[in-house]
Design a protein around this ligand. Structure first.
Ligand code: ZN
Length: 315
């Protein structure tokens, strides 16, 4: 009897303060809020709509279940066979309902292939995005891709990669630059050649921070960027392989920059921050362990995607 009274006097979960519930929900994985907590009772459902939960959307955790990468099905459910896989589109539509235009930061998992249809959902639902991390594949409809980016007038920071066997990132980057005039901070997880450097200089003259971390970069293209981008303050070339054309036309590639190229770059640069690796760099050893397939595909790819020597690219 006494025990029953004590039980009845205990505060009930559904009577918990909504702000307190929202603070707890912020610690949960997005998918657990959408598919779990919000479905418990009406109080929890209402608490799930608190805008502060949705300011940052991070679909970056392998446990967050949101992977529908048909080209790499083995990446979907690596270590957790018991978890249910939700379709990305389904999750985006649900986030849209709960967040009501609240998101300002949106980070995709590097293994999640984001399609043009997915971009349409988030650009229509979340026009206030300022920071975005995105992996794309070959874009079939460039107009629709550009139209999604045209909604993001406040986009300032972009982390982007493209997984493709052919083609380049040039058309997509051009479309983004033409539509997002406030973009000042970019991390491109893609090889830097002269053509890409020309697009960046021509279309993104206001760029302040740039990172080509852990990729292959042409020394000449780096020089073009530093000379051409008058507002550039920070450049991260950590863990890069540097390519250079020799007098006989042959292309040379080396891990780490040569002292001669380093001093040429330093002599033209007016940067506040310029990051290169030291010779004993352990990350370089990991990144370039598989020289034929080095970028963001190895076991450490996931970790490399969300880290950077420059704080503005971390998430
Ligand atoms: Zn390094």
């Amino acid at each position: 009897m006494e025990r029953q009274e004590r039980f009845e006097n205990m505060p009930k979960w559904e009577k918990m303060d909504k702000d307190m519930l929202a603070n707890i929900f912020k610690k949960l994985d997005m998918v657990d809020v959408i598919m779990g907590a919000s479905r418990v009772c009406i109080t929890w459902f209402l608490a799930s709509h608190n805008k502060t939960i949705w300011n940052t959307i991070k679909l970056n955790d392998f446990d967050s279940i949101v992977l529908d990468n048909s080209s790499n099905p083995h990446l979907q459910d690596n270590n957790n066979a018991r978890k249910h896989l939700y379709n990305l589109k389904e999750i985006l539509i649900e986030i849209n309902k709960f967040s009501r235009a609240a998101p300002v930061d949106f980070f995709f998992n590097v293994n999640t292939n984001v399609l043009v249809e997915d971009l349409e959902i988030i650009s229509n639902g979340f026009p206030n995005i300022r920071k975005l991390a995105l992996r794309i594949q070959k874009i079939q409809n460039l107009n629709s891709f550009a139209s999604s980016f045209s909604k993001w007038k406040n986009l300032q920071t972009l982390i982007i990669t493209k997984i493709t066997k052919d083609g380049d990132l040039n058309h997509e980057l051009k479309a983004i630059a033409e539509n997002c005039k406030n973009l000042t901070t970019i991390k491109v997880a893609y090889a830097l050649d002269q053509e890409l450097a020309n697009i960046i200089v021509g279309k993104l003259p206001n760029l302040k921070s740039l990172s080509f971390r852990s990729t292959s970069v042409s020394v000449e293209a780096v020089k073009s960027l530093i000379i051409g981008l008058h507002n550039l303050k920070s450049l991260n070339l950590s863990h890069c392989v540097f390519t250079k054309r020799c007098n006989n036309g042959m292309m040379l590639a080396t891990v780490g920059i040569s002292p001669e190229d380093k001093s040429t770059i330093l002599s033209i640069q007016k940067l506040e921050t310029f990051k290169l690796c030291c010779s004993e760099c352990t990350i370089c050893g990991d990144v370039w362990n598989h020289p034929l397939n080095p970028q963001y595909h190895s076991n450490i790819g996931y970790k490399q995607w969300e880290t950077d020597e420059m704080k503005e690219f971390e998430f």
